[in-house]
Design a protein around this ligand. Structure first.
Ligand code: PXG
Length: 285
C-alpha cells in the first residue's frame, strides 16, 4: 500500500507528495526538520521534539502555520492514515516556494511535510556486540557560524563525515569541534563512562541537544548517578571504560572501538547495557 504523506494539511499518496523545484529547501537547504519515534501508538517525547522544531523555525524566521497542538495532531493523523503504531516520523518545514534569489521575504508560505514510516531498526547485533567508530576529519561547524541547535536541512557536513565512517567500514563517525574537542556523531550524541562517572560534551561543544541525550541524562540521574556535561577530547574517548551513542533512530547503542583503540575490555560495558535496558523499558512500557 502506498504511503500517505501529509503536505500542507492534506494526506496524499506518496507518488503525489510533491514540492516545487522553487522550494527553498531544495534550492538552499532552507528548512528545518525533526526525526521522531512513536512506540505503541504514542509519540515519544512529543513536547520536546515539537518545541525543538518550533525553536529551530523561530530562529530561521519561519512561521509554522499550525499551533503546536495542531502539529501534534497532524503527526497522529499521518500515523493513523498509514496504520502505524510504531513509527519513525520525519517532520519537515520548508520556507516554501520563492524565486531563485536569497530574499526570504519572497516566500509567503512555508510548507509542512510529515512522513510516517516503519522504522528501519539497526540490526540487534550492533546492540549486543557494539559499534566500531572513527573520528572524521570533517569537523562540526563553529556555533558562532552556524548554530548546531538548529536542526536545519543542511546536513552536508554530517553526510561528508558519514562517508568517512562508511569508507572506514563503520556506520558512525565522531565529529570534533574547531577546538579539537569531541562534539557529537553524524546523527547521534556521544557519552563515555570513566571510573563510574557518565560524561557527555556540553551544549557549548557545539552539538544538537538530542532528545535521547536528555532522556539518558535523566535516567542516569534517577538511578542516583551524577552525569556530567563536560568537554571531552579524543584522549578521554580512548581511555574511557565505556562509550555509547544516543539518538532517535539508534536509541542507546554501545561503542567498543574508536579509531582502532578498544574501549574498556572491548565489550559493551555494564552501565551502557543498563541504560539501554532502561531506555527500552521506558519506550516499550
Ligand atoms: N546529533 C545530530 C547531529 C543529529 O542529527 C542527534 C544528535 C540525536 O538527537 P535525538 O534528538 O534524535 O536524540 C541527531 C539526530 C538518522 C538520523 O537516520 C538522525 C538525525 C537526523 C537525521 C537522520 O539516524 N538526528
Amino acid at each position: 500500500m502506498a504511503l500517505k504523506v501529509y503536505i500542507d494539511g492534506e494526506l496524499v499518496d506518496e507518488e503525489n507528495a510533491k514540492i516545487s523545484v522553487f522550494d527553498r529547501c531544495l534550492l538552499y537547504g532552507d528548512g528545518v526538520f525533526e526525526g521522531i519515534r512513536a512506540y505503541n501508538g504514542k509519540i515519544f517525547k512529543e513536547q520536546e521534539h515539537v518545541d525543538r522544531l518550533y525553536d529551530s523555525a523561530r530562529v530561521c524566521l519561519i512561521d509554522i502555520p499550525l499551533t503546536k497542538e495542531e502539529f501534534a495532531r497532524a503527526m497522529y493523523d499521518t500515523m493513523a492514515a498509514n496504520n502505524l503504531e510504531d513509527a519513525y516520523i520525519r517532520a519537515i518545514i520548508t520556507r516554501g516556494k520563492g524565486d531563485l534569489g536569497l530574499d526570504y521575504r519572497k516566500c509567503p508560505k512555508p510548507s509542512v511535510i510529515i512522513i510516517a514510516a516503519s522504522i528501519e531498526l539497526y540490526p540487534e547485533e550492533f546492540y549486543q556486540k557494539g559499534l566500531e567508530v572513527v573520528t572524521a576529519s570533517t569537523q562540526q561547524i563553529r556555533s558562532n557560524v552556524m548554530e548546531p541547535r538548529i536542526k536545519s536541512c543542511n546536513y552536508l557536513k554530517n553526510i561528508l563525515a558519514k562517508m568517512e565512517a562508511i569508507r572506514a567500514g563503520c556506520i558512525e563517525a565522531v565529529m570534533l569541534n574547531a577546538k579539537g574537542e569531541v562534539a557529537e556523531c553524524t546523527g547521534d550524541n556521544i557519552f563515555i563512562v570513566k571510573d563510574g562517572v557518565i560524561k557527555t560534551p556540553p551544549p557549548e561543544a557545539g552539538i544538537l541537544l538530542g532528545v535521547t541525550r536528555g532522556v539518558v541524562l535523566e535516567l542516569a540521574r534517577e538511578a542516583g548517578m551524577d552525569p556530567r556535561e563536560t568537554p571531552l577530547t579524543r584522549f578521554d574517548l580512548y581511555c574511557a571504560d565505556e562509550c555509547f551513542l544516543t539518538g532517535t533512530a539508534a536509541e542507546v547503542i554501545p561503542v567498543i572501538n574508536i579509531d582502532g583503540r578498544p574501549i574498556g575490555d572491548g565489550k559493551p560495558g555494564p552501565i551502557t547495557l543498563d541504560l539501554l535496558e532502561q531506555f527500552r523499558r521506558l519506550t516499550r512500557a
